[in-house]
Design a binder for this molecule. Structure first.
Ligand code: NDP
Length: 359
């Protein structure tokens, strides 16, 4: 890795984030009210992520036709980009903490000292020029993941002159996943990270480094995997992906709809709510965290595309399993504190978290 590579990667990375930020400022988008915060207030968001993604995809299409070698840059500069992304994430964490500090002084019970303050962040919903930074950061995260994936495909094409079936499926799976995220961007407004987590290193590093550079791992391994994918494996993996997608998106959508309108219909029937607050029909009546299970299946199908030549790509589903199981446990504690007896009744009625009859 030369200094020239580092400078090129820094320019590429900063340019990428800057373009997405400017797009987020100027593009039109629908206004949505966020969930009610602990102090009773609600933030208004302008969500234009889907428009931004369409522009990025159009730009990728133009580059693929006119200057495909540009699409390979992220692959060749992967390590310098990773270094640049880390520098960016640590700098952003420090800046967020510095500017957020006055509202939450260091050493209060809330921040618990400098390191804890940096790790968890000082502010719940920092914004800049009207853009909510927490919601914005999912954009470089997921669009970055997509573009790194495309650069792996471009690298395979550059090296071998064709794309394997595995690579094509990987690109399809990843593209659909990211398009769907932006279609459902408003659903993020009701997630735990947005409502309850302050914007510190844990979320910043996750968005700017972990998701784009680690979640793309299977794609990296697919570049030189030329082994044909048997038709039966393609069918099984597509089914795993589709089922995972249905669980993940379906569960998130049902919960989102019920929060907005408790009289909404779930699978053709009026939603059933325990104590008028907790959904016990649809996916939420089968398991308390099937949305996590679905997401895990999606990433497992990305990884299984690599076959079993190397264990390294399996670090991704292994990590995600650990993260989501731990998160399910933390969320359980949070809900128990919030809902008390009602949560206990819900757990009695819906006994399993992520896999009905097993866990
Ligand atoms: P959830 O979307 O499951 O939200 C949890 C919250 O939903 C609870 O705290 C509670 O909040 C509410 N809730 C739980 N059960 C019910 C119920 N039965 N009825 C009504 N409300 C209920 O979790 P997250 O916010 O953690 O995750 C959102 C999505 O993001 C998931 O699909 C997850 O897979 C994904 N994710 C992905 C990660 C990744 O790295 N790829 C990391 C983290 C999340 P309240 O009632 O207070 O609103």
């Amino acid at each position: 890795m030369t200094v020239r590579d580092l400078l090129a990667a820094a320019a590429l990375y900063l340019g990428f984030v800057a373009v997405l930020f400017i797009g987020s400022v100027v593009l039109p988008g629908r206004a949505y009210l966020g969930a009610e915060l602990a102090d009773g207030s609600r933030i208004q968001y302008r969500l234009n992520g889907l428009g931004l993604l369409v522009l990025v995809l159009a730009a990728v299409g133009v580059l693929a036709a006119a200057a495909p070698w540009v699409l390979v840059w992220p692959y060749h500069l992967f390590v310098p980009l990773l270094v640049g992304a880390n520098v960016f994430a640590f700098t952003l964490t420090a800046l967020l903490y510095w500017y957020g500090r006055p509202s939450v002084p260091v050493g209060t019970a809330d921040t618990g000292g400098l390191l804890r303050g940096l790790f968890y962040g000082a502010q719940l919903n920092p914004s800049w020029v009207g853009v909510d930074l927490k919601m914005f950061s999912y954009r470089p995260s997921l669009i970055g993941l997509l573009l790194l994936g495309y650069s792996f495909a471009a690298a395979q094409y550059e090296r071998y002159g064709y794309l394997t079936g595995r690579m094509v499926l990987f690109q399809l799976f990843c593209t659909l996943y990211v398009i769907n995220y932006f279609q459902f961007e408003y659903g993020m407004l009701y997630t735990w990270d947005i409502i309850a987590e302050r914007f510190g290193w844990a979320l910043v590093w996750g968005d700017y480094v972990l998701v784009p550079f680690f979640y793309c791992l299977p794609g990296f391994f697919l570049v030189d995997n030329l082994e044909p994918l048997p038709a039966w494996a393609a069918i099984v993996l597509t089914m795993t992906y589709t089922l995972g997608f249905w669980l993940f998106r379906g569960a998130n959508d049902q919960k989102h709809r019920v929060k907005l309108d408790p009289e909404t219909r779930i699978w053709g029937r009026p939603a059933e709510l325990l104590g008028g607050r907790l959904l016990v029909s649809g996916f939420w009546g089968l398991g308390r965290k099937l949305n996590y299970t679905g997401e895990l299946m999606i990433y497992l199908s990305f990884t299984l595309l690599c076959g079993f030549g190397s264990p390294t790509p399996y670090l991704l589903p292994a990590w995600l399993a650990g993260l989501l199981i731990h998160r399910a446990w933390r969320d359980d504690r949070r809900c128990r504190a919030k809902y008390g007896e009602l949560w206990t009744a819900y757990c009695r009625r819906v006994r399993f978290r992520m896999v009905p009859f097993i866990y």
